[in-house]
Write a protein that binds this ligand. Structure first.
Ligand code: DSN
Length: 434
């Protein structure tokens, strides 16, 4: 099984010409094949997507857009980018798509350049409660050159809305601050976003409504999560998370004038030459996502996430908001043990072949390098074909490792050795698809 992946990933030419790099790629391919990937923002792209990435398209400069390039020889690139744009519009049912941003962060940077002026106010979620660094972190351009105001979650544990977006507070904050743009869409928020409610607030303030659907794009494209359109004026996303394409970004909208501003902001505002091999891979991934089996895959991501939530809760873990509507969950480790940090759990789990990331939980008293939680996601395991029964097994493995870690390093070493073997077995039963 690992062999198939190696064959897709490491061309024999690379082995021959640069054995040092080839060996590292080979080892990484094995790591991906033989461990459980639970990082909510990662996935396993198909062999066809990876094949498009590794083509001669990397050789060409194609600054500009189809039909209006700054270099000769772009005929095939125009056709490829048109296919990617067309499929993106089909997937998200919108009128305009810019598929050139290199990442979600680049897409958000272009958005700011297109629609705001330095010093303008925008609104976003309290960053430590699930936002993203490009949503106003002080050391990010968005927080340095613009003025973020942040809206909170519901922090009252007796409320049925505990740890969900506090829409009333968001409205009050926005009406008071009159932001030019309101952001919704997050990196660690497990619940459905009420885009219509955000739009009512945006209309009250005369603000542009922006959704960053980087995490949920695949769920949105397949109707598993409600669409930000027609409520949001503009949408940014990554292409590699639930959408399962190559690493990259994209900007979508329905307004022609806004689309013109965005195109100018992406190039020449932020980018030079687009990564045309990545754009070809985006086209391939969007083609895959338009197929009925991708809709079925997206549905299974969420049923798997719910199954994992249930199995972890049975083992005494607290899941923020009490569950998930999406591909991810935030596990508050303090119910298991007050002393347990996300950093420890991440390290212990990785040692046993379970890869996830430490993550702050709402109002986490610990700093980001420690945290009180871990974030888990099911897109990658679902890609391997695992289902609800396997989520029960995975929860059991997670608990075995964490419980052993709490007992001490000797116990952890013994338990981890057994878990590594069991995971190898599981991965063998559910190999990475071609
Ligand atoms: N780093 C991504 C994540 O893990 O959510 C967001 O860009």
């Amino acid at each position: 099984m690992a062999h198939d992946v190696l064959a897709q990933t490491v061309h024999s030419l690379l082995d021959h010409r640069d054995p040092q790099v080839a060996s590292l790629v080979r080892q990484e391919a094995r790591r991906q094949a033989e461990t459980l990937e639970l990082i909510a923002s990662e996935n396993h792209a198909s062999g066809a997507v990876m094949a498009a990435m590794g083509t001669c398209l990397t050789n060409k400069y194609a600054e500009g857009y189809p039909g209006a390039r700054y270099y000769g020889g772009c005929g095939f690139y125009d056709q490829i980018e048109e296919i990617a744009r067309h499929r993106a519009r089909q997937l998200f049912n919108c009128a305009f798509a810019n598929v050139q941003p290199h990442s979600g962060a680049t897409a958000n940077q272009a958005l700011f350049l297109a629609l705001l002026d330095p010093g303008d106010t925008f609104a976003s979620l309290v960053l430590a409660d699930g936002g993203h660094l490009t949503h106003g972190l002080k050391v990010n351009m968005s927080g340095k050159w613009f003025k973020p105001v942040h809206y909170p979650l519901v922090y009252d544990a007796s409320s049925p809305e505990f740890e969900r977006i506090d829409y009333d507070a968001m409205e009050k904050i926005c009406v008071r601050a009159k932001p030019k743009l309101i952001m919704c869409g997050y990196s660690a928020y497990p619940r459905v976003i009420d885009f219509a409610r955000f739009r009512r607030v945006a209309d009250r303030c005369g603000a542009i409504l922006h959704a960053d659907i980087a995490h949920i794009a695949g769920l949105v494209a397949t109707g598993v999560h409600p669409s930000p359109f027609p409520h949001c004026h503009v949408v940014t996303t990554t292409t590699h998370k639930t959408l399962r394409g190559p690493r990259g970004g994209m900007i979508l909208c329905n307004d022609e004038e806004m689309a013109r501003k965005i195109d100018r902001a992406v190039f020449p505002g932020v980018l030079g030459g687009p990564l045309m091999n990545t754009i070809a891979a985006k086209a391939v991934a969007f083609g895959e996502a338009l197929k009925p089996e991708f809709k079925e895959y997206s549905g299974r991501i969420v049923t798997n996430a719910r199954a994992l939530v249930g199995a972890l809760a049975e083992r005494g873990y607290r899941i923020t908001t009490g569950g998930t509507d999406t591909h991810l969950m935030l596990v508050d480790l303090r119910r298991k043990s007050e002393q347990l940090t996300g950093a420890d759990a991440e390290k212990w789990l990785e040692g046993a072949g379970i890869v996830c990331n430490k993550n702050g939980v709402p109002q986490d008293p610990r700093p980001p390098k420690l945290t009180s939680g871990v974030r888990l996601g099911t897109p990658a395991l679902t890609t391997r074909g695992m289902g609800e029964a396997e989520m029960g097994v995975v929860a059991g493995l997670i608990d075995r490792v964490v419980s052993a870690g709490l007992r001490g390093s000797h116990e952890l070493a013994i338990e981890s050795a057994g878990v590594v073997e069991q995971i190898r077995h599981l991965c063998h039963r559910f190999p990475l698809p071609a």
